[in-house]
Design a protein around this ligand. Structure first.
Ligand SMILES: NC(=O)c1ccc[n+]([C@@H]2O[C@H](COP(=O)([O-])OP(=O)(O)OC[C@H]3O[C@@H](n4cnc5c(N)ncnc54)[C@H](OP(=O)(O)O)[C@@H]3O)[C@@H](O)[C@H]2O)c1
Length: 270
C-alpha cells in the first residue's frame, strides 16, 4: 500500500530553484495537485516562484506531474496521501515537518460527492464531509504553527454550489457550504497569528472531474448561461488562488472569491 510519504518520488530534498522558480517565495502545498484545478494551481504557483508540493493518491500521476513541472523549470515534489484518511493526513503533516519555508496550503482535493438532501445515505454524507471539510480543517490545524512562522496562508477550494443550491445537489452543497464556514472560522481564529485563510468558489470548470458527470453537449449548454460566455478553465481558478496566496492579498482574510464568469451574479447557478 503506498504510504503518505513517497520516498521514490520525494527524494527528500527540494530541487534547486531555477528557471521559473528562481527567487522562490516559499513552499506551497497543493492537494489534488495532479489534475484539473490543482495541477493548474501548482503550475501557476511554480511560475510565480513558489516551490510546489503536490499531494494525490496515485503515485504514478504524481511522478509524471512532478517530472512535467520540473521540465518547465518549476521546483516541485510529490507526496502521496489519501486525504480522506485521518492517519494519512497525520503522516503527511509529519512528512512536512522539515519544510521550514511552508507558506501556503491549498486544500483543493475533493468534490466528487453527488446526491440530493433526501436521497443521500448518511455514510455518503460523512464521506463528503471527510474529504471536503475535515481534511482542510485537519491540515489547517496541523500546519498552522508552521504557516504562522512564515506569515503564510491557506486557500480552500469551495464551489458556487456553496452559495446557492441547484436541485439535487444537496450533498455537494452541504460539504462546500461547511468548507466556506470553516474557512471563515479559521480565518478569525488564526488572524492574530498572521495567517490568512480564504476560499475560492469556482463555477463549473473544465476538468476531468467535471467531464465525468457531463457530456460535451451538456457542457456546451451550461456555457451558454455564463455571462462571460464560457465555462472556466482551470487556469482561471489557479490565477485567483495564486493571488490569494501572494503578498498582494496581504490584507484579505476570511473571504470567498467567486470565479464563475458572472453566473452567480446573474442568478445562473449552473
Ligand atoms: N471542476 C469543477 O467544475 C469544479 C467547480 C467548483 C469546485 N470544484 C472543486 O475543485 C476541486 C478540484 O476539482 P477538479 O475538477 O480539478 O478535480 P479532478 O479533476 O477530479 O482532480 C482531483 C484531484 O484530487 C486528487 N484527489 C482526489 N481525491 C483525493 C484524496 N482522497 N486524497 C488526495 N488526493 C485526492 C486527484 O488525484 P488522485 O485521484 O490520484 O488522488 C486529483 O489530483 C474540488 O475540490 C472540486 O470540488 C471543481
Amino acid at each position: 500500500m503506498p504510504g503518505p510519504f513517497d520516498e521514490k518520488i520525494d527524494g527528500g530534498a527540494y530541487e534547486p530553484a531555477g528557471g521559473a522558480s528562481a527567487g522562490a517565495k516559499g513552499s506551497a502545498l497543493v492537494t489534488g495537485g495532479t489534475r484539473g484545478i490543482g495541477l493548474a494551481t501548482a503550475r501557476r504557483l511554480g511560475e510565480a516562484g513558489w516551490r510546489v508540493i503536490c499531494v494525490a493518491r496515485s503515485a504514478g500521476h504524481l511522478e509524471s506531474t512532478v517530472a512535467s513541472l520540473r521540465a518547465d523549470g518549476i521546483s516541485a515534489r510529490g507526496l502521496t496521501a489519501d486525504l480522506s484518511v485521518a492517519a494519512e493526513r497525520q503522516s503527511l503533516a509529519e512528512a512536512l515537518q522539515d519544510t521550514v519555508d511552508l507558506r501556503a496550503v491549498v486544500n483543493n482535493a475533493g468534490g466528487a460527492a453527488r446526491g440530493g438532501a433526501l436521497d443521500t445515505a448518511l455514510e455518503d454524507f460523512d464521506a463528503a464531509l471527510e474529504i471536503d471539510v475535515r481534511a482542510a480543517w485537519d491540515l489547517g490545524q496541523r500546519l498552522a504553527s508552521r504557516l504562522a512562522e512564515n506569515a503564510g496562508s491557506i486557500v480552500n477550494v469551495a464551489s458556487t454550489v456553496a452559495l446557492a443550491v441547484p436541485s439535487g445537489r444537496g450533498l455537494y452543497s452541504s460539504a462546500k457550504g461547511a468548507l466556506v464556514a470553516a474557512t471563515r472560522s479559521m480565518a478569525i481564529d488564526l488572524a492574530r497569528t498572521g495567517v490568512r485563510v480564504n476560499a475560492v468558489a469556482p463555477g463549473p470548470t473544465l476538468t476531468e472531474g467535471l467531464r465525468t458527470f457531463n457530456t460535451d453537449e451538456q457542457l456546451a449548454e451550461r456555457a451558454t448561461k455564463v455571462p462571460l460566455g464560457r465555462l472556466a478553465d482551470p487556469a482561471d481558478i489557479a490565477d485567483a488562488i495564486e493571488f490569494l496566496c501572494s503578498h498582494r492579498a496581504r490584507h484579505i482574510t476570511g473571504q470567498v472569491l467567486v470565479v464563475d464568469g458572472g453566473a452567480s451574479v446573474a442568478g445562473m447557478y449552473i
